[in-house]
Design a binder for this molecule. Structure first.
Ligand SMILES: NC(=O)c1ccc[n+]([C@@H]2O[C@H](COP(=O)([O-])OP(=O)(O)OC[C@H]3O[C@@H](n4cnc5c(N)ncnc54)[C@H](O)[C@@H]3O)[C@@H](O)[C@H]2O)c1
Ligand SMILES: O=C(O)CC[C@@H](O)C(=O)O
Length: 539
């Protein structure tokens, strides 16, 4: 029974989905250090919220772990490159907490504008001061939104409802699209800074967005402006913000997220004036927690039970229907990769995969990954799969190019793989006969129809009478049975290729004896999985 570790508190409905899906649930939120490490190794999948940081160190020996689901949006709490290298798929649940995060942003804005938390604290200490807490209206004020994705747009929609003017910046949203949303698009953060009364940030934490708002940026804002961060700690430089608040060059801040969580006593924002703080509560509503828990549980159950990959941040999505339709082609792609790995001589530089005919319109990213996994799996330690194959190829300096060519030639669908090494370019192409039988239909410039399973003896030769008989007799002498034979040639008497499907691996003496024939130019023995045998990642 596959096991799922629940690393952070998860809504009970999510746990129920996992149990009903026949999965064993290891519900131990809050594990740390070695306990977390061993729980991760013993699990097939893990569901985490933002408290648990899944680091490269935790994934060093991943054991059985195959999937990580983030019950939330930001995957900055997971070392995605490390997970990818280990072949672990990382999925998230965007959308489930969008409304909650947007509403929390508005809550912080209104709290700041009307100084609600400060007044509340004074009253609870017995005070009654009606002059100290004079606020500001938001109506007619300008809100700047950095990041016009799901949450940024929901915040903008609510701000428009509050009769605010909204300006927005997002490099992936055109000014026309922004205008459709009632937002005035600007072309840079700098252009927005002097205009706004409130500024809110809704971008992921990346190398590019780290310290997006530092001392220089804060200095460009109005002294009366207030800033909000319900995205990620570190996007606003905390020391620079604390200094600006203390100097009064910024009027206030509402902050939900911090560079170190839980915050430590030395966080400068804890002592800053005019600031409203919440401990990463953007997604903490009954509704959001139920949404993300259900979504994460479904993602994991579908992945472990059916091989469906959805919302993955490190591989192409694969739905059930696509997987069923493409499974044979994925198998074909991997086998072509395995074939090339065993035939190619020299250092592999570049792979060009051409998807022809009907295949051109399909989800070929999956096939590209499968080919690459096949190409690398015999050369690397076990663990190469659809998730990490292309990363490994890139790291080895192998360029992978995929080309779609809808024009049909001899076959309705064809996958051709050209592998360029420092010695020559090797070509092989395959297709499915009757939509299920895998066939090798091109090798170099020869056409053939060979099986793509078991042991293949491939020999390029000159088409001469008696040569095929010689090869058959040679293998016969060594007790090797030939199950099938396929020949391709261009002209009678010219260059030709032979592919024999053997019932077992031929002894080296038989191979050497065949290779010694004066009209045989080269030989390769290729071992492929038996027909229908697929790796775990494809079953
Ligand atoms: N506080 C919380 O509890 C909480 C809850 C949910 C999400 N979040 C955070 O909010 C972030 C945004 O979530 P979302 O669902 O809106 O994500 P999203 O992917 O829908 O939107 C992010 C937007 O940021 C834009 N962007 C990226 N880099 C940018 C840059 N340098 N400048 C301007 N725009 C840039 C992208 O184009 C995208 O449109 C998440 O990454 C997550 O870290 C926090
Ligand atoms: O786990 C949480 O509650 C926070 C989630 C939030 O930060 C997110 O990125 O979705």
């Amino acid at each position: 029974m596959p096991r799922v570790l629940i690393a952070d508190p998860l809504d009970a409905n999510g746990i129920e989905i996992l149990t009903k899906a026949g999965l064993e649930v290891d519900n131990r939120p809050g594990l740390k250090g070695d306990d977390l490490k061993s729980a991760l190794r013993a699990a097939d999948a893990v569901i985490a919220r933002s408290q648990t940081k899944i680091t490269a160190e935790l994934l060093e020996e991943p054991g059985k772990l195959r999937a990580i689901a983030r019950a939330g949006v930001g995957v900055d709490t997971i070392d995605v490159p490390a997970a990818t290298r280990k072949g672990i798929v990382v999925m998230n649940t965007p959308g489930g907490n969008t409304v909650s995060a947007a509403e929390h942003t508005i809550a912080l804005m209104m709290s700041l504008a009307r100084r609600v938390p400060a007044a509340d604290a004074v009253m609870k200490k017995g005070g009654w001061d009606r002059n100290k807490f004079v606020g500001t209206e938001v109506t007619g004020k300008t809100l700047g939104v950095i990041g016009l994705g799901r949450i940024g747009r929901e915040v903008a929609k609510r701000a428009i409802g509050l009769e605010m003017k909204v300006v927005g910046y997002d490099p992936f949203v055109t000014p026309e699209k922004a205008a459709e949303l009632g937002i005035k698009g600007v072309t840079s953060v700098e252009a927005m800074l002097p205009l706004v009364d409130f500024l809110t940030i809704h971008v992921p934490l990346t190398n590019e967005t780290k310290s997006l708002l530092g001392a220089a940026e804060l200095a460009k804002m109005k002294k009366t402006a207030r800033v909000l961060n319900v995205a990620r700690g570190g996007i606003i430089d905390e020391q620079a913000l604390a200094d600006a608040l203390a100097a009064g060059t910024i009027a206030g801040a509402g902050i939900d997220v911090f560079s170190v969580e839980p915050t430590t006593a030395d966080n400068p924002l804890l002592k800053a004036p005019n600031i409203v703080l919440t401990p990463h509560l953007g997604a903490s509503t009954v509704e959001a927690q139920e949404n993300v828990a259900l979504e994460a549980a479904h993602l994991i159950a579908d992945f472990l039970n059916k091989g469906i990959v959805a919302n993955a941040v490190n591989m192409a999505a694969v739905d059930r229907k696509e997987l069923d339709e493409l499974r044979q082609y994925v198998d074909l792609a991997r086998r072509l990769g395995l074939l090339h790995a065993q035939m190619c001589r020299g250092q592999i530089k570049k792979v060009t995969l051409t998807y022809k005919g009907d295949l051109a319109g399909r989800k070929t990213k999956l096939l590209t990954s499968a080919f690459t996994a096949g190409l690398l799996e015999s050369r690397l330690a076990p663990g190469v799969n659809l998730v990490n194959a292309e990363v490994f190829a890139r790291e080895r300096g192998i360029e992978i190019v995929a080309v779609a060519s809808p024009k049909k030639d001899d076959f309705a669908s064809l996958m051709q793989a050209d592998v360029e090494t420092d010695e020559k370019t090797y070509t092989a192409a395959g297709t499915l006969f009757g939509n299920q039988y895998l066939r090798l239909v091109r090798l170099g410039h020869f056409r053939l129809e060979a099986y793509l399973d078991g042991v293949l003896f491939i020999f390029s030769h000159f088409d001469r009478p008696g040569l095929i008989g010689f090869v058959g007799t040679t293998f016969g002498k060594h007790g090797v049975n030939i199950a099938a034979m396929n020949l391709g040639r261009q002209t009678p008497g010219g260059e030709a290729i032979g592919v024999l499907n053997l019932d077992g691996l031929p002894p080296q003496e038989a191979v050497d004896a065949a290779a010694a024939h004066e009209h045989i130019a080269s030989v390769s023995v290729v071992k492929l999985p038996p027909e229908g045998e697929m790796p775990a990642w494809l079953r």
